[in-house]
Design a protein around this ligand. Structure first.
Ligand SMILES: Cc1ncc(COP(=O)(O)O)c(C=O)c1O
Length: 410
């Protein structure tokens, strides 16, 4: 994120209250540009569909769509947000395991890309196609072994077991659904068992980013599958959707190569599919920080230093899995010491960080950095309302979400 100074932190907190999310439009724009350029420099047909679930505040989505990105949505609710922002149906990728019949009909009518998750959805779509009296285009979500721990993957059809091939046979036999795309998402984090005390959710370590070779493996398997179904059923794959899970944009090149090389090798030059990418975290993670204020300083009998701040896991639920990066601006002569940063909730587990900090006192401001991904949409009103979100767009500073108040509950 464009740097935010000590002075700004205090001015913003005084003017808009604390805690306060601050989002940088410039960071979003430059992340999107770098991400897209990374792929466009090596592949001719690229679509970037930003993953709404990661942070779908309309003011932030507006910045993203003005940069030309499509929407990747995982529910009819998110689909509705995209349409309200005037994203045309044909620029929406509709994913997710729960789409109602009405939502699917709307998406079909509006020519959205629909990636199917399971056989019940196939049944629903077949019914719709019969009623409409026409063939409906679909993509299928795949899961497969690619050498990383994605947990048992509950999404999509398994490629290795022949389940995905079964879908293809079914679709070509009954002629109601036409498979035009293949989709995969290799999960955002990968998971490793870990017993270290340093991990908030003890026993589980989340790793991000994953090895880029996992993408190569997935792309190779999908290209082979595309070839097989072309030979056997004459099915032409028009798009390959490689999902999200990418690192910060500075490290994107090996991921680009891992995805693009197998596709270029596996398809004829004139028949290259559109490459769809669904980044979320890579675009918004470092574009938002949270300003928080110390409400109490503590020292435990063990000598352990701690502070209580006004934002906890209610606003930063990703703190269950990782400690947040905290910045304290004031230069201090004091000794920096390992400090537990507690939130204000009545929960022993409400810890957002363990950080090296000087001795702090009530009223000091801290900046919790790079919290733009998966926090705001998963935040709760547990004990406290959700705070204001501020967007800084060049010289323009505006509120894109108001602090919730008691009246909002009634
Ligand atoms: C289908 C799909 N696409 C894209 C994403 C975005 O992932 P990330 O934020 O890691 O880029 C997700 C997140 O879970 C997802 O489920």
């Amino acid at each position: 994120m464009t740097n935010i100074s000590d002075a700004q932190v205090n001015v913003f907190a005084e003017k808009y209250g604390s805690p306060l999310f601050v989002v940088s439009a410039d960071s979003i724009k430059s992340n999107l540009e770098t991400f897209k350029a990374g792929f466009c420099n090596k592949y001719p047909k690229v679509v970037v569909a930003y993953s709404y679930k990661v942070n779908y505040l309309p003011g932030l989505l507006d910045v993203i769509h003005k940069q030309g990105a499509w929407a990747e949505v995982a529910s009819g609710f998110e689909y509705g947000i995209a349409r309200k922002l005037n994203v045309p149906g044909e620029s929406i990728v509709f994913n997710g395991p729960h789409k109602t019949k009405e939502e699917l009909e709307k998406a079909i009518n509006e020519r959205a890309i629909i990636n199917v998750d399971h056989f019940d959805e196939i049944c629903q779509l077949e019914e719709i196609a019969s009623t409409l009296g026409k063939t409906v285009n679909i993509g299928i979500r795949l899961n497969m072994e690619v050498g990383i721990n994605q947990l048992p993957d509950r999404f999509g059809f398994n490629l290795d077991s022949g389940e995905a091939a079964h879908v293809v046979t079914r679709c070509s036999e009954n002629g109601l659904l036409n498979i035009t795309g293949l989709h995969v998402h290799l999960t955002s984090y990968i998971v490793e068992k870990e017993s270290s005390d340093n991990i908030p959710a003890k026993g589980i370590k989340l790793i991000w980013p994953k090895d880029h070779e996992a993408y190569r493996k997935a792309a190779e398997k999908m290209v082979n599958f595309a070839k097989e179904i072309r030979e056997e059923f004459g099915i032409k794959i028009e798009y390959m959707d490689m999902g999200g899970g990418f690192p910060t944009v500075e490290g994107i090149t090996p991921y680009v190569d891992a995805i693009v090389e197998p596709i270029i090798k596996g398809f004829n030059e004139n028949d290259l599919p559109v490459l769809i990418l669904e980044p979320g975290r890579a675009i918004v993670s470092d574009a938002a920080h949270l300003i928080t204020t110390v409400v109490a300083a503590k020292e435990f009998p063990s000598g352990q230093r701690a502070v209580v701040v006004d934002a906890g896991i209610n606003l930063l639920p990703t703190s269950y899995w990782k400690y947040q990066d905290i910045e304290f601006f004031k230069q201090s002569e004091q000794v920096y010491e390992g400090t537990i940063v507690y939130g204000p909730l009545c929960l022993q587990t409400d810890i957002i960080s363990k950080a090296e900090l000087p001795e702090l006192s009530a009223g000091d401001r801290l900046l919790v950095k790079n919290v733009g991904a998966y926090n705001i949409p998963q935040s709760t009103t547990f004990i406290y309302p959700r705070p204001t979100v501020l967007l800084i767009d060049g010289n323009d500073i505006r509120i894109i979400k108001k602090r919730e108040e008691i009246k909002d509950l009634f």
